[in-house]
Design a protein around this ligand. Sequence first.
Ligand code: FAD
Ligand code: NAI
Length: 475
Amino acid sequence: MSQQFDVIVIGGGPGGYIAAIRAAQLGFKVAAIDEWKNSKGGPAPGGTCTNVGCIPSKALLQSSEHFEHASLHFADHGISVKGLEMDVAKMIARKDTVVKQNNDGILYLFKKNKVTFFHGRGSFVKAADGQYEIAVAGDKPETLQGKHIIVATGSNARALPGAAFDEKLILSNDGALQVNDVPKKLGVIGAGVIGLEMGSVWRRLGAEVTILEGLPTFLGAADEAVAKEAHKLFTKQGLKIEMGVKIGDIKTAKKGVTVAYTNAKGEAQELAVDKLIVSIGRVPNTIGLNTEAVGLQLDERGAIVVDADCKTNLPNVWAVGDVVRGPMLAHKAEEEGVAVAERIAGQHGHVDFDTIPWVIYTSPEIAWVGKTEQALKAEGRAYKAGSFPFLANGRARALGDTNGFVKFLADATTDEILGVHIIGPYASELISEAVVAMNFKASAEDIARICHAHPSLSEATKEAALAVDKRTLNF
Ligand code: FAD
Ligand code: NAI
């Protein structure tokens, strides 16, 4: 006998588990299926984000930042550290504990919200009588029937042709989070978000890191001023970043990896490293979902085709997160999950794609929301810009972290905020004020007139808003 549900969610990452909880809150009988296994073969819901993405990478970024502070910055505070050592295995074990706490937290939330969890791979069997039949292949095979299906099967790392991930020498994000010794030389292909974050972790711990990037422009999606500042600071920290390369053969031997490439001048080069991280983007994942059984439409990239409301070509089948169009970000997946659950309940769930924040958790952190200056120029939109450096912010000076700035872009006539770009301490936290402001269609003047606590980094945000009208008070 198959079990009957109102909503079946396939995939337990941020898109899926949040959709399942919201649907249960709205009174539906919900099943959540996720196949991720922990090291003991047990369930590990939370998807890429919890297991091999957002959470473990931030754990390692934190540990490596502490190490760098102790080795480089404590002395400025009068703290001397003798015999400083890094126990990489312990750092990795701590990261694994943080991951497990999150996995357990999600299992607890499923229980609390009465979501029935199935550990295994979910796949479409057939559609009949307004119901979908979903098979769960796991330790305990099951067949489920559901009226609404939410697919949230995420994405996988993209490999370079001829250089499959072995997770020992050629690493995806998975292997990059499991390295147990600091490599002497680390190569990274792709100067995107993963390349910069993971490159920073291992550089801080002592690796000589070289990043090879195909495009001629560094961080092309970021505001040009931020990208320029970031490139300057990362290079100063010791990251070697080569732009405009063309990757050739990648060869592995017992001891390491050799990457043949052509540099921006067209010269043949070779990079020999102990380990190589390949972070050149991710591909939507529908492996094993058996989409053919029901005729679920995919695009040429393998993403599930959805409309603006996350509806697929099939009635009552929805898809959210990395497996559909749009930025591959955990918070975007979550927002889509909530909106879909609410739409199933006949409500008007909404995701504002124009105000999804981006954060890169390097040091300094980089965060932005809205349009970049180069995008506004390309659109021919009249705008005003204002910036404020953290060097002129008292709290940043007290922290000893004065790199970077906050930059506001506002409409030339209405003063509506069009974009906010931050490079500097806690940019990941500071950006929320800008996201809120943009959602309320605030003007730069609104932020400039709001009282911000002193001394705080957020005063740099207020000052950047004042700078739009050329009236900063502290610079
Ligand atoms: P996923 O998290 O990929 O979850 C999909 C789940 O579905 C997985 O558990 C998978 O096992 C399961 N699954 C797949 N197929 C089936 C099936 N047929 N049956 C059952 N289960 C199935 N984003 C941020 O916003 N901030 C960050 O700081 C950040 N850091 C990142 C760092 C790294 C190294 C990486 C790789 C990614 C990072 N991301 C970050 C991106 C973020 O992880 C993804 O955008 C997010 O996980 C997408 O969520 P999702 O629910 O769509 O898919
Ligand atoms: P990415 O898209 O951020 O960067 C990939 C980089 O590789 C690009 O700069 C691209 O030009 C380059 N590239 C592509 N093919 C290449 C080739 N053949 N040779 C050389 N360079 C090449 O992708 P990344 O870093 O793999 O991360 C995947 C996604 O995961 C991100 O886009 C993001 O959505 C998510 N993520 C988010 C994080 C965050 O929010 N802080 C952290 C890490 C990942």
